[in-house]
Design a protein around this ligand. Structure first.
Ligand code: AMP
Ligand code: MG
Length: 338
């Protein structure tokens, strides 16, 4: 393999952050922790630096990047705030909500894939905040994984995909949320939910009165370009059961007809029920009890399957309340064949 860089693993301290900021200001890209997943960042105003992100990830050029900022003044340098954008930022920033707003010319064109809007987010993770502040620049950053693969929840996941391809990763330990940010278009009167995440549809509706889905409402909002790809996916096939009965049929069917055993990635409650029905503990990967735990372990579970070589993965569908909508979205993207 061609080693472009000897990837530096930096501590999230003064010396580590200064080194990271130095590399970013030289026009390099590098990985850093956020509360959602690890990001691969570069100066959002430098098209050549941004191009390095696309190259390292193998990301399609038409999939726009989110610009990360450390404070509101920095946000104002990259986008125009609408009244709706103001309201959402006031309530949910810093945090896991990306606002799609009209872009300013400071942002390099390849960040937004030529769109007139830009996705902007202010992360709440203390290391992400300190890193962006040290750079003193808005940081364009997608998730720090090879394009299409499960998002990284640890610095080790980043290195599994991008070692030798990027100059540094700041190791801030495991992320807390584990699913990417909620993305809303905030250019109109109501938020349009482009990608579900930790900030739930219910919370957005409570603040704004109404939440639209792409294509809903009396105006045609652009959909989120990245959502069309098979995404967030392991190498094996993901099969989804909508209830215990379907999970049981999938398990029996796959166990009978394949040489390799399937693995069941399940919540603790569903795992217990499947074991009552004959599944063995070694066939099961337990995600946890609450939706929060399940979300934070989801991508780690998929990466475990890749490392272990499981070619068939059986998982469940959740109820859509709160984080359930975001979980089901990532599961259906992973199961998609396109
Ligand atoms: P990632 O950073 O890999 O989680 O991907 C960011 C996602 O945010 C993209 O795949 C898009 O779906 C969405 N996004 C970013 N910028 C825009 C924009 N200007 N308009 C619509 N969606 C966007
Ligand atoms: Mg991504």
């Amino acid at each position: 393999m061609f080693k472009e860089y000897e990837t530096e693993i930096l501590a999230p301290d003064e010396a580590g952050l200064s080194r990271a900021a130095e590399l970013i200001r030289e026009g390099k890209c590098g990985a850093f922790p956020t509360e959602t997943v690890y990001g691969l960042g570069a100066n959002a105003c430098d098209g050549e630096a941004v191009a390095r992100i696309f190259k390292a990830k193998g990301r399609p050029q038409d999939n726009p990047l989110i610009v990360h900022v450390s404070d509101r003044a920095m946000a104002d340098t990259v986008c125009e705030f609408t009244p709706l954008g103001e309201k959402l930022a006031e309530k949910f920033w810093p945090g896991p909500l990306t606002l799609v707003l009209p872009k300013k010319d400071t942002v390099a064109d390849n960040v937004t894939a030529g769109l007139s809007t830009v996705g902007v987010r202010m992360p709440s993770h203390p290391v992400a905040h300190a890193f962006i502040e040290k750079c003193g620049l808005p940081i364009a950053a997608p998730s720090a994984n090879t394009s299409g693969k499960p998002s990284p929840a640890t610095a080790e996941h980043v290195l599994d995909d991008l070692r030798y391809r990027i100059p540094f990763v700041i190791d801030g330990g495991p992320v807390t949320i584990g699913l990417e940010s909620t993305v809303v278009n905030a250019t109109g009167d109501y938020p349009v939910l482009l990608r579900p995440g930790k900030v739930s549809r219910e919370e957005l509706a409570e603040l704004c009165g109404q939440v639209l889905l792409p294509g809903e409402g009396d105006f045609d909002k652009p959909a989120s370009p990245g959502m069309k790809y098979r995404h967030y996916a392991p190498q094996g096939r993901v099969h989804v059961g909508r209830n215990i009965g379907e999970l049981e049929v999938l398990r029996l069917d796959l166990s009978m007809h394949r040489m390799r055993m399937p693995v069941l990635i399940l919540s603790n409650a569903t795992a217990d029920e499947m074991m009552r029905r004959g599944a063995r503990p070694h066939e099961i990967y337990r995600l946890g009890d609450t939706k929060e735990e399940i979300a934070s372990n989801w991508f780690t579970a998929l990466r475990y399957c890749d490392k272990t070589g499981f070619m068939d993965i059986i998982t469940e569908e959740f109820d859509e309340e709160g984080l359930g909508l975001a979980l089901n979205n990532r599961i259906s993207r992973a199961a998609s064949k396109e």
